[in-house]
Design a protein around this ligand. Structure first.
Ligand SMILES: [Zn+2]
Length: 356
C-alpha cells in the first residue's frame, strides 16, 4: 500500500463516526477524493456520493458504510458519571476496561468504562454477564455540573480510536467495520480511472448501516443503480473457537470474500470470481443463506430491483476494540472492484439465466 493510501486509512480509523454522526468521516473522504471524481454530493441523511460518468446509461453503485457502533449520552448522575444508550450491536463485555472518547461540541473528552474490582465482586456478581445499561463512563468529573459544562445529552462516544500495525501486514483497532469498506470503495473509484470505465460509477459512503441500513436505502433510491455491491467486513474464521461449518473457511490475507446466496445476483457473483481469476487476484468464497445484514440487503430490493453483490473484508473480533484485518485484502478488493466497474457495459447481462 502506498503511503498516501495508508494515510487515508489511518485518517479514516482515527475519525469518529457513530451512526447518525458520520460527517467528520465524510469530510476525510471528500478531502481525499476531490481530485478524482466528476461529481461529489451529500444528501439529506449525510450519504456521500462520489461519481464518475454521471451521464452513463448503466449505473454501478458501491456502498461502503461510513458509520461505526458507539454509545450516546443519555443521563448524567449527581457524581458526574455518564450513562449511555448503545448505538448498534454491542457485546457489553467488550466495553469493560476500555478507554473511551466523548465527542462533545467543544472537542474530544477522554473517559473510561470499567466495573468494580474483582476483590469487591460478591459471589453471584462474578458470574453475572454485565449489561451495557449497568455501565457508566467516567471522565474524571466530580459533579453533574462539571460534566454538564462539557457534555450534552446525545453526544456520541466511541472506543479510543487508533490503528496499530501487527505482524504480516495486519492492522488492528476499532472501526475496521467499516472504514476498510469506505477505503475500498473510494480506492476502487480512484483506481478505475486508468481503466476508463463506461458505466456510471457511484462510490457511496453510506450512513446509519449499523442501525438498519438506513443510508443505503435512500442513496440507492436516488441513484437508481442497475448493479449494487456492498463492501463490508465479514468474520475471519482462522482463529480459535469459531466453527467453519456454518461460517466457511475465511482467512486474514486470503483475499476479499465473494458472497453467494439469495441476496446476491448470480452474474455479480460469477463475474467477481471470473475477473479475480483472470487477473490473479486472490479471493475467498462464503455462502449466505438469508437476506444479508448489510447494505446489500437494502440495495437488492431498491425500486424495481438491483443486481446486488457483496465483497467482504475478513475481520477478526468484529465489534470490539481490536478488530483485526490484513491490508493485503483491502488492496485486492479495490483492484477487483475497479476491474469489475470496467467490465460493466450492459445491465441486461445481469438478468438471471437458467445455467447460472
Ligand atoms: Zn459493517
Amino acid at each position: 500500500m502506498q503511503s498516501q493510501q495508508i494515510e487515508f486509512l489511518n485518517d479514516l480509523v482515527n475519525t469518529p463516526g457513530v451512526s447518525g454522526y458520520e460527517q467528520q468521516v465524510q469530510q476525510v473522504v471528500r478531502d481525499y477524493a476531490e481530485s478524482f471524481c466528476d461529481t461529489m454530493t451529500t444528501d439529506l441523511h449525510g450519504n456521500l456520493v462520489l461519481c464518475k460518468n454521471p451521464d452513463a446509461d448503466v449505473r454501478l453503485m458501491l456502498a461502503g458504510h461510513a458509520d461505526q457502533i458507539g454509545l450516546i449520552v443519555s443521563f448524567i448522575d449527581d457524581e458526574g458519571f455518564i450513562y449511555t444508550q448503545t448505538v448498534g450491536g454491542w457485546d457489553p463485555q467488550q466495553l469493560i476496561g476500555q478507554r473511551m472518547t466523548v465527542w462533545s461540541s467543544s472537542g474530544p473528552i477522554p473517559g473510561v468504562i470499567a466495573r468494580k474490582a474483582i476483590h469487591l465482586l460478591e459471589g453471584s456478581e462474578k458470574k453475572t454477564v454485565v449489561k451495557a445499561s449497568d455501565l457508566w463512563v467516567d471522565i474524571g468529573s466530580q459533579s453533574r455540573a462539571e460534566t454538564e459544562q462539557r457534555v450534552q445529552i446525545g453526544d456520541p462516544i466511541t472506543l479510543q480510536l487508533g490503528l496499530q500495525m501487527l505482524m504480516n501486514n495486519r492492522a488492528t483497532g476499532p472501526a475496521m467495520d467499516n472504514r476498510t469498506g469506505v477505503w475500498v470503495v473510494v480506492e476502487a473509484l480512484r483506481r478505475s480511472a486508468a481503466l476508463n470505465p463506461r458505466c456510471g460509477f457511484y462510490a457511496v459512503t453510506t450512513v446509519q448501516e449499523e442501525v438498519g441500513l438506513r443510508g443505503a436505502r435512500t442513496a440507492a433510491h436516488s441513484i437508481n443503480p442497475h448493479i449494487g455491491i456492498a463492501v463490508d467486513v465479514t468474520h475471519a474464521t482462522d482463529c480459535p473457537t469459531i466453527t467453519k461449518y456454518q461460517n466457511g473457511s475465511i482467512s486474514l490475507g486470503g483475499g476479499p470474500v465473494v458472497v453467494r446466496g439469495p441476496n446476491i445476483n448470480p452474474e455479480v457473483n460469477a463475474r467477481l470470481k471470473r475477473i479475480a481469476a483472470e487477473n490473479d487476484i486472490p479471493f475467498q468464497q462464503k455462502a449466505l443463506g438469508r437476506a444479508a445484514p448489510n447494505d446489500s440487503n437494502a440495495l437488492q430490493v431498491t425500486r424495481d430491483g438491483v443486481a446486488a453483490g457483496i465483497l467482504a473484508i475478513p475481520n477478526r473480533y468484529m465489534h470490539s476494540a481490536v478488530e483485526t484485518i490484513c491490508l493485503d485484502d483491502l488492496e485486492h478488493a479495490a483492484d477487483l472492484l475497479a476491474k469489475f466497474a470496467a467490465s460493466v457495459k450492459d445491465e441486461k447481462c445481469f438478468i438471471p439465466k437458467i445455467d447460472q
